[in-house]
Write a protein that binds this ligand. Structure first.
Ligand code: FAD
Length: 290
């Protein structure tokens, strides 16, 4: 087992609770089998605030049954302040020390205009403040290099981000992106706006191009034109090994470039493909990254 990555690069992985809660156990087994242990694993919260029990169960299992830190995602959507905070209480009680605080999206339709619960937190900054008032744990927040789809422009997105940082978050995990220049521009924008929080790029392996393309439209992440060529009909005719090699090369090249440009924390949206994470790290061959 190895939890120290060469070159002081820290990785974190996002997982989501399986549909069937009994599969949480299997997911934890896979996490324990990882050769390279990430710094922490984050567990998503069901869209629209659904599947609360599945998230709670998986967070607890990772916390109790592995030696890896866990960050619980928590959204404000569809929940009163007291319901949301009872979940925070639960996490604190079992010893979880990281929460990714989010606004979330309105149920059943990611592109529907967001409506806060009448007795709920109306913005993410309020949730962050309430968590930090209870305990000085690490509160992560989300950032959007290509701006959040609800935002009129990047400027107002940055103002919202400032509010989240001023409310007590010191770590930003970004939405995934494929063009690193978008991330570098975003990083500069944060510097210009004196946002000094730790900026952690989120990257995703393209294990299913069609699904990633569909989701990217909803969450405002652009897909490079070159991907349309790489993942055309020719790709589906390749055997599994050849396909895997392409997927690994794309994400490893992206990560190497980020590391070469001063990034030492990387968040990978694992899509629950846990063993793929070790393959990515192997492919990175970080000792050779200049
Ligand atoms: P915020 O940053 O608080 O707001 C999003 C945007 O809306 C802002 O940029 C701002 O421009 C606009 N806005 C917010 N409040 C106002 C206001 N009062 N007036 C005007 N404009 C406003 N979703 C889940 O359901 N579960 C998850 O586990 C989950 N994990 C995620 C993890 C990461 C790393 C990321 C990047 C996203 C995740 N999401 C998750 C998706 C997220 O919930 C959505 O992107 C959601 O639409 C925004 O949440 P947020 O916390 O980023 O919102």
């Amino acid at each position: 087992m190895n939890n120290i990555f060469p070159k002081n690069v820290n990785f974190s992985y996002e997982v989501f609770p399986p549909q069937d809660i009994s599969n949480n156990f299997k997911l934890v087994e896979k996490i324990n089998a990882l050769r390279y242990k990430p710094n922490f694993i984050s567990v998503t919260y069901g869209a629209g605030g659904s599947n609360r029990d599945k998230t709670m169960d998986l967070v607890r299992r990772i916390h109790q049954d592995t030696d890896i830190d866990v960050a619980a995602h928590l959204t404000c959507v569809g929940s009163s302040i007291s319901d949301t905070m009872s979940l925070v209480d639960y996490y604190l009680k079992i010893g979880v020390n990281k929460i990714l605080a989010l606004r979330g999206d309105s149920p059943n339709n990611i592109s529907k205009q967001y409506e806060g619960h009448p007795r709920g937190f109306q913005k993410t900054g309020e949730l962050i403040k309430a968590i930090k008032k209870l305990s000085d744990i690490q509160v992560y927040t989300a950032g959007y290099p290509e701006k959040h789809p609800d935002s009129v422009d990047l400027r107002s997105d940055i103002e919202n981000l400032k509010d989240k940082i001023n409310s007590g978050s010191n770590d930003i995990i970004t939405q995934y992106f494929f063009d690193n220049n978008l991330f570098y521009t975003y990083r500069e924008l944060l510097t210009v706006n004196k946002i000094e929080a730790n900026l952690i790029p989120g990257i995703i392996p393209i294990t299913n191009f069609q699904k990633i393309r569909e989701f990217s439209i909803k969450c405002g992440a652009s897909i490079p034109k070159t991907f349309e060529v790489i993942f055309d009909d020719h790709f589906s005719n390749l055997d599994n090994e050849e396909q895997l090699e392409i997927v690994l090369s794309i994400i490893a090249d992206q990560a190497k470039d980020l590391i070469a440009n001063g990034i030492n924390n990387l968040h990978i949206y694992s899509l629950n493909q846990i063993s793929l994470m070790d393959q990515i790290i192997n492919k990175l061959n970080i000792d050779n990254v200049k």
